[in-house]
Design a protein around this ligand. Structure first.
Ligand code: RP5
Length: 165
């Protein structure tokens, strides 16, 4: 059986990040984009991070989505070791509600960019969409699927609010 080569690498600092990062995986599945998922911690598994980031381009990946919480060094450290675009998802932490994660990811020094998304679920979902949009620049079929997704997304918004109580 032939396996489709993943184009997006979804990495996260911990198993506890998966419920959030699953939303990135879900949107990529919906759009028919091949991806892989790995737990790679900047602090607990630095060697794994080094070999993943250094080998990502040669492995055929085009975009990396990195989710991390707290002292969230994973997206930035990954970006420092790969020429691929890195999208960072700040995980909503318990202590500081993800503000720590956001500030850790967004304040990169000039020269090492990380495309930082919103805290939590919205960020994870948008990271999947943004990764797909990057890939769609050189994939007409994916661009069409994205356009259809957006049309459906708009069509799903009701014009009149419904009373809930
Ligand atoms: C970070 O520490 C992870 O990205 C996670 O968001 C956070 C907490 O990790 P666990 O203690 O739940 O494994 O490295």
């Amino acid at each position: 059986m032939s396996r489709i080569r993943p184009q997006v690498g979804i990495i996260m600092g911990s198993q506890s990040d998966w419920p959030t990062m699953q939303l990135t995986a879900d949107i990529l599945t919906e759009l028919g984009v091949a991806f892989e998922t790995k737990i790679v911690s900047a602090h607990r598994t630095p060697e794994r991070l080094y070999s993943y980031a250094k080998g990502a381009k040669a492995a055929g990946l085009k975009v990396i989505v990195a989710g991390a919480g707290g002292a969230a060094h994973l997206p930035g450290m990954t970006a420092s070791m790969t020429p691929l675009p890195v999208l960072g998802v700040p995980i909503e932490s318990k202590a500081l509600k993800g503000q720590d994660s956001l500030y850790s990811i967004v304040q990169m020094p000039a020269g090492v960019p990380v495309g930082t998304l919103a805290i939590g679920e919205a960020g994870a979902k948008n990271a999947g969409l943004l990764a797909a949009q990057i890939l769609a620049l050189s994939d007409a079929a994916l661009a069409e699927r994205l356009e259809a997704w957006r049309k459906q997304h708009s069509a799903d918004v009701a014009e009149t609010p419904v009373r809930v109580s």
